[in-house]
Design a protein around this ligand. Structure first.
Ligand code: CA
Length: 227
């Protein structure tokens, strides 16, 4: 999952970035509204953390422009404690949630997890797919109750497919959501990761859709196909 952090307070931006990276996300960061707007307009993000008080272009304008242009990614806004009106304008402009400064970074992480989950249509923090269970809170996966030993790349890939059950996910989409903008985008690496994941899963859960990409099917859909 790939996250954009738009925050002009450099130390806060760094703090969010490292906490998100520790939690297994790929993070791009911007320090002003114009750069933030550009990134959100051109790169696919699974969630954006957007400060309201930003230089060059304020957060509300950034958000309004994204929404006007049909950018639908979940957006969590950061507001100052004494500015209740920012929350109202932010939500009216299309924000999905807010956190008031000062905040505990754990709260931001929890809200980001919930936004990503809900955007993919999952209400619970555990995503199940047959024998596979993914705990989005602890970033752990189990098969038949046994913990899988996954690298952070493998977990990200598995988690992305599980968040998008029954959808064909292209290699390009995976590369865009699993790596930051500086990554050398060679989609062959995805095939290597998928191959390793399949071995570790020990179950035939990741399907190759020839010419299109990969798909993990929910048990209901898999049953339909088997009939
Ligand atoms: Ca600010």
């Amino acid at each position: 999952m790939r996250i954009l952090v738009v925050e002009d307070d450099i130390s806060l931006n760094d703090q969010l970035r490292s906490a998100l990276e520790d939690a297994g996300y790929v993070v791009d960061a911007a320090n002003d509204g114009e750069e933030g707007h550009f990134l959100g307009d051109t790169e696919p993000y699974d969630c954006v953390i957007l400060d309201i008080g930003l230089p060059v272009m304020d957060g509300i304008s950034v958000l309004q422009r994204w929404r006007e242009d049909g950018r639908a990614m979940p957006v969590l806004i950061l507001t100052a404690r004494d500015r209740w009106s920012d929350k109202v304008s932010g939500i009216d402009a299309g924000a999905d949630d807010y956190v008031t400064k000062p905040f505990h970074v754990e709260e931001v992480l929890a809200r980001v997890r919930a936004l990503i989950r809900r955007a993919a249509g999952h209400a619970s923090s555990e995503i199940r797919c047959g024998p596979l269970a993914i705990d989005t809170k602890s970033s752990k996966a189990t098969v038949d109750g046994v913990a899988l030993k996954l690298t952070s790349h493998e977990f990200r890939l598995l988690s992305y497919l599980a968040h998008h059950l029954d959808k064909v996910v292209s290699r390009t989409e995976l590369v865009e959501h699993l790596y930051d903008q500086d990554f050398d985008r060679d989609s062959n690496t995805i095939e290597v990761f998928v191959g390793r994941l399949r071995k570790k899963l020990g179950h035939d859960l990741i399907e190759t859709v020839r010419g299109l990409g990969y798909r993990m099917s929910s048990p209901e859909q898999a049953d339909k196909k088997a009939v």
